[in-house]
Design a protein. Structure first.
Length: 184
């Protein structure tokens, strides 16, 4: 495990303990907006994205499990179909500020996904999203309400199939040896 990833895991573990006594939030709550920076240097906001469904994947560029999760999400039939139909927008965000690390690993984000980073680490520092590890996948509806928090590929696929009445796609999970959290 690389040291940077270890610090992220330690911070996330600590914050999850701090939040353990808080009430579990309703999935229909509104997601909090955040800014992210693109490779062009342009800053965008999550709320500016428009689609029937928004898939957000918070990831660490040095995390092999994050790369594998994004690859599996991109290959999931419902995700692939809805992305192709422009009904789903996928956003990958590195919630930290090591731009060099992010730039060196940009190729791991699936093509067609928006890829950004948080230059001030505000997502973590302002506790905008309560993720306990990376990768952390969220599924939002068109009004930016949570459909899923810290979801698995299987859960994303199941919700999308139900929501969009997709019955023609099979999704079989292959054991890729993924473990929770970052590996490095």
């Amino acid at each position: 495990m690389n040291v940077k990833c270890g610090y992220v895991i330690l911070y996330l573990w600590f914050t999850s303990i701090c939040h353990a006594q808080q009430a579990v939030s309703d999935l229909s709550e509104q997601a909090r907006d955040f800014a992210y920076t693109l490779a062009s240097g342009e800053e965008e906001r999550m709320y500016s994205l428009s689609a029937e469904v928004l898939l957000i994947c918070f990831y660490d560029p040095s995390c092999e499990d994050c790369h594998a999760m994004m690859k599996r999400l991109a290959a999931a039939p419902a995700v692939k179909r809805l992305t192709g139909e422009k009904r789903l927008v996928a956003l990958a965000v590195y919630p930290e500020e090591d731009v060099q690390l992010w730039e060196e690993n940009r190729s791991h984000v699936p093509s067609g996904w928006i890829n950004g980073y948080d230059p001030g680490a505000r997502i973590i520092l302002d506790d905008l999203y309560d993720f306990t590890g990376l990768p952390a996948v969220y599924l939002l509806d068109g009004q930016k309400r949570f459909l899923l928090k810290e979801a698995t590929v299987e859960a994303v696929e199941r919700v999308l199939k139900a929501r969009f009445n997709i019955q023609d796609s099979k999704f079989e999970i292959q054991d890729s040896g993924l473990q929770d959290g970052c590996e490095g």
